[in-house]
Design a protein around this ligand. Structure first.
Ligand code: AMP
Ligand code: MG
Length: 342
């Protein structure tokens, strides 16, 4: 398949070029689009054929449901069969548009293939001007999982998408790097027991400021339980080389790393650690205390690791508070081995 590359600038969206992408979407084909979380592989959420093409291009297991992206409240209401309670409205007012997906009871408009035969659907109102302009101009909601081949690190740059999906999809919108850099937090609001099913761009603590009753789904802490979010059980984000994740405080991590021969190893870590070592190959996630910068860089570092001539990778983790929990989740899922240094 010939993949059309459509160059767009977020602060000056060319109407002409946008309509090229809309045409592809209206013909039930997939277009990779920028969002503030990661690049998404978008297609008409109401068309079974379009959805099948997303699963095919990504090689995504068919039991892993897709998130539906909307651009206004009317569109949301058409996709769900559930009243918007005061609790839900407070969350929407605080976090939409933004990196939060809400799982609702789904309406009949949503095809079974989107929700992987669940009676719920995950919906997000993204904050990216290009994504919003596309939904508005298409007139239908867009299903959009991350625009990578399943199992690979999620794409935060258009070039990542090109690397994974060139020739497999009809179009790629070539725009700027995603600002958030990790996927949305998935919060189930389909019953009164609001639970986080996937960690992401909004922290537990900031959700609890709006609704203190919100907690993590038990399966996030206990891998032996069946997750409510089917995607949680799959291997994710893995770079092509073995990666060891180290956790511990700065002092113990530095002491441990000083005992190692790092000659053939890439160290992905924070400046507070890298500055104390002489690692020949390293990539920085920024400061230990700046989770947002680390999220923005993480997937790009994992992909860049593939161009560096080393045998394996070591990556260091974060404090679990706030968005550190999201970083540790992605690092854990991407690693082939984990070690805690005390
Ligand atoms: P991705 O599209 O790669 O960002 O992954 C979407 C994530 O949201 C996966 O972990 C899915 O399992 C999860 N998800 C989507 N829809 C639902 C739903 N209806 N119920 C539970 N989890 C969902
Ligand atoms: Mg994904």
């Amino acid at each position: 398949m010939n993949t059309q590359l459509i160059y767009l600038k977020t602060d000056h969206i060319s109407e002409n070029k946008l309509l090229k992408a809309v045409k592809i979407l209206q013909e039930d084909h997939c277009v990779a689009i920028p969002t503030e979380t990661v690049y998404g592989l978008a297609a008409n959420a109401l068309s079974e054929l379009a959805i099948k093409r997303i699963f095919e291009a990504k090689g995504r297991p068919s039991d892993n449901p897709l998130i539906v992206h909307v651009s206004n409240m009317d569109m949301l209401k058409r996709c769900i069969q559930q009243d918007l309670s005061i609790r839900i409205t407070a969350i929407i007012d605080a976090f939409w548009p933004g990196p939060l997906t809400l799982v609702f009871k789904k309406s009949e408009l949503i095809p079974e293939v989107v929700s992987a035969h669940l009676d719920t659907v995950g919906i997000r109102w993204p904050a990216h001007p290009i994504a919003l302009a596309l939904i508005e101009a298409s007139g239908f909601p867009l299903a959009a999982p991350s625009a990578n081949v399943s199992g690979r690190p999620s794409p935060t740059k258009a070039e990542h998408v090109l690397h994974d999906l060139n020739g497999k999809i009809a179009g790629i919108i070539m725009a700027e790097q995603s600002v958030v850099g990790v996927e949305s937090t998935v919060l189930d609001v389909s019953s009164d027991d609001f639970r986080i099913l996937r960690k992401g761009g909004v922290s537990l603590e900031s959700l609890q400021q709006i609704d203190p009753s919100i907690t993590y789904d038990d399966a996030l802490a206990h891998p032996e339980l069946t997750p409510k979010s089917p995607g949680q059980k799959y291997k994710h984000y893995a770079p092509s080389k073995p990666m060891l994740a180290l956790s511990g405080n700065i002092e113990s991590l530095v002491s441990h790393l000083k005992t190692m021969n790092l000659e053939h190893i890439l160290l992905i870590s924070v400046d507070e650690i890298l500055n104390q070592l002489n690692a020949p190959y390293h990539l920085s996630l920024g400061s230990l205390h700046d989770h947002e910068v680390a999220m923005n860089r993480l997937f790009d570092c994992l992909r860049e690791s593939e161009t560096i001539p080393v045998d394996s990778i070591i990556i260091t983790g974060f404090d679990d508070a706030g968005l550190g929990a999201t970083l540790n989740d992605r690092i854990g899922k991407a690693s082939s081995q984990k070690l805690t240094i005390i």
